[in-house]
Design a protein around this ligand. Structure first.
Ligand code: C5P
Length: 404
C-alpha cells in the first residue's frame, strides 16, 4: 500500500547537530506524502540551520521560544502539543534525548513533548562515540520502555571524520517510517462501514433542511480504520472533505438514501460506526416546483420521521459490532448510556456539545467511550488522534469481548 500522510499534522522538532540540514529535506518528503508540517527548533539547532529556511519550506512560522509572549500568543506550547498528530524529533541529539528521558521542560521542544497527547518518535543523530556512550544507550532504553519509537541511526561516514553508528536516517526513509507509525494493523482483515456528515432533506428543488455537521469526525475515523488495516466503506452525506485514500466512498444526500446505501452494504461489514448527523425528520412531500411566497406571514412544513439507521443495523439478526455517537448538552453520560441501550449499540461515543470550542464543525473534540461495562474518557485532542483512540477501543472490545 502506498504510504501517505494525508491530513496528518506532524510537529518536527529539530535539535542541534550537523544532521539538522537534513531536516529541510525531511519537511519536503513529509509534505510529498501529504503531511502538514510545523517546526520547533532548539537554540543549538539554529546554529546549524536558520529558522527562515525551515519556515519557508514548512510554510508555517518556526517556533523557537518558550518564553516569547508574542509567539505564545500566536500558538502556545500547549496548543502546539495539541495540534500535533505525531511529534518527530529529527535529528535528536544526545542532549535532547537526555532531556526527554528526564522529563525536562527547559525549552520549547521538551515542553511540547511533555505536554503532548500524541506519539513521539526520535531519530537520533550524533557522533558514534556519543552514540555508544552508556548514558545515551540507557536513556534510549528508557524512552523505548515509555513507548517512544526510535528510527535509526544508520551507520556510515560522519561529519567529524569518524565512521560508525550515529548518522541520521535518510529523509526519504524517515518519511516512510513516520507514515508507518500511523499503521497499527489493529483492524486487519475487518470491513468497517462508517456514516459521516449531515443529510439534506429536500423541501423543494432548491431548498433543504440540514445541520452544521462537517463530517470531520467520520472522515478521520475512515482514515484511522484504513491505517489500522481495515477495508473501509464511507457512506457520506454532502461535505467538502477529500476522501481518504483507499476508502470506498458512497455519496448520499438524504437520510433515506443513507439508510438504503447502508442496508445494501451492511452484510459485508464487521463493524459499523455511525457518526453521521442524520436529520431526524424530512418533509412529508417534496414540492415539485420551487415553492412561492404566498403572502402569508408564517408557513408550516409537515415532517415525517426518518428511519434510524444505526438502530436498524443493530436490530439485524446478524448484526455487526455497532458504534454510535451521542451529542448531548447535559447529563451526557447518562443520556449516552440510555441511547446505547435503546438502540442496542455495542459502543457509544459520548460528546458534550455544550462547549462550542469542540465538537460540531471543529478540528478538536473530547469524548467518552462507553460500552455496557466500560467507560474511557479521551481528553481534548485532534479528531485524528481521537479517531485512532476510538479504533483502538473498538479493536480491544472485539478481541476481549464484553466482560461479564
Ligand atoms: O438519536 P440520536 O440522533 O441522538 O442518535 C445519534 C446516533 O444515531 C448517531 O450515531 C447517529 O449517526 C445515529 N443515527 C442514525 N440514524 C438516524 C438518527 C441517528 O443512524 N436517523
Amino acid at each position: 500500500m502506498m504510504k501517505n500522510l494525508m491530513n496528518r499534522r506532524i510537529l518536527l522538532g529539530v535539535s542541534g547537530g550537523i544532521a539538522a540540514y537534513k531536516s529541510a529535506e525531511l519537511i519536503r518528503r513529509l509534505q510529498d506524502l501529504g503531511a502538514d508540517v510545523r517546526v520547533v527548533m532548539t537554540r543549538a539547532a539554529q546554529e546549524f540551520i536558520t529558522p527562515l529556511t525551515l519556515q519557508a519550506l514548512s510554510g508555517n512560522p518556526v517556533h523557537v521560544d518558550l518564553l516569547d509572549p508574542a509567539a505564545e500568543a500566536a500558538m502556545g506550547h500547549i496548543e502546539l502539543a495539541r495540534w500535533a498528530d505525531l511529534i518527530v524529533v529529527a535529528p535528536a541529539s544526545a542532549d535532547v534525548i537526555a532531556r526527554l528521558t528526564l522529563g525536562k521542560g527547559d525549552d520549547l521542544l521538551t515542553t511540547v513533548c511533555l505536554a503532548r497527547r500524541c506519539d513521539l518518535v526520535v531519530a537520533p543523530a550524533m557522533n558514534e562515540a556519543m552514540w555508544h556512550n552508556q548514558t545515551t544507550q540507557d536513556n534510549l532504553q528508557v524512552l523505548k520502555q515509555r513507548g517512544i519509537q526510535q528510527i535509526g541511526p544508520a551507520s556510515g561516514g560522519q561529519a567529524c571524520g569518524d565512521v560508525g553508528m550515529g548518522r541520521m536516517s535518510e529523509p526519504s526513509q524517515l518519511a516512510v517510517e513516520i507514515a508507518n507509525c500511523f499503521e497499527s494493523g489493529e483492524l486487519a482483515g475487518k470491513t468497517v462501514m462508517i456514516t459521516a456528515g449531515p443529510t439534506r432533506e429536500a423541501i423543494d428543488p432548491v431548498r433543504y433542511i440540514s445541520n452544521h455537521s462537517s463530517g470531520k469526525m467520520g472522515y478521520a475515523l475512515a482514515q484511522a480504520a484504513v491505517d489500522a488495516g481495515a477495508k473501509v466503506v464511507l457512506v457520506s452525506g454532502p461535505t467538502t472533505l477529500a476522501c481518504p485514500e483507499h476508502v470506498e466512498r458512497i455519496d448520499v444526500v438524504s437520510a433515506q438514501q443513507m439508510y438504503d446505501a447502508c442496508m445494501s452494504r451492511v452484510q459485508d461489514a464487521d463493524i459499523v460506526v455511525a457518526s453521521a448527523a442524520v436529520a431526524d425528520f424530512r418533509p412529508v412531500t417534496v414540492a415539485e416546483q420551487k415553492m412561492k411566497k404566498t403572502g402569508q406571514e408564517t408557513m408550516t412544513i409537515e415532517m415525517v420521521k426518518n428511519p434510524d439507521i444505526v438502530a436498524s443495523i443493530a436490530a439485524l439478526e446478524t448484526a455487526p459490532f455497532v458504534v454510535g455517537f451521542a451529542a448531548e448538552t447535559n447529563d451526557v453520560i447518562a443520556y449516552a448510556k440510555y441511547k446505547m441501550q435503546r438502540k442496542k449499540l455495542n459502543m457509544i461515543i459520548a460528546n458534550d456539545v455544550s462547549d462550542a470550542s469542540i465538537g460540531f464543525n471543529t478540528d478538536h473534540n473530547a469524548v467518552t467511550v462507553l460500552t455496557a461495562d466500560t467507560q474511557q474518557t479521551l481528553p481534548e485532542a485532534s479528531k485524528f488522534q481521537l479517531a485512532q483512540s476510538i479504533v483502538t477501543a473498538i479493536s480491544k472490545e472485539l478481541t476481549n469481548g464484553p466482560s461479564s
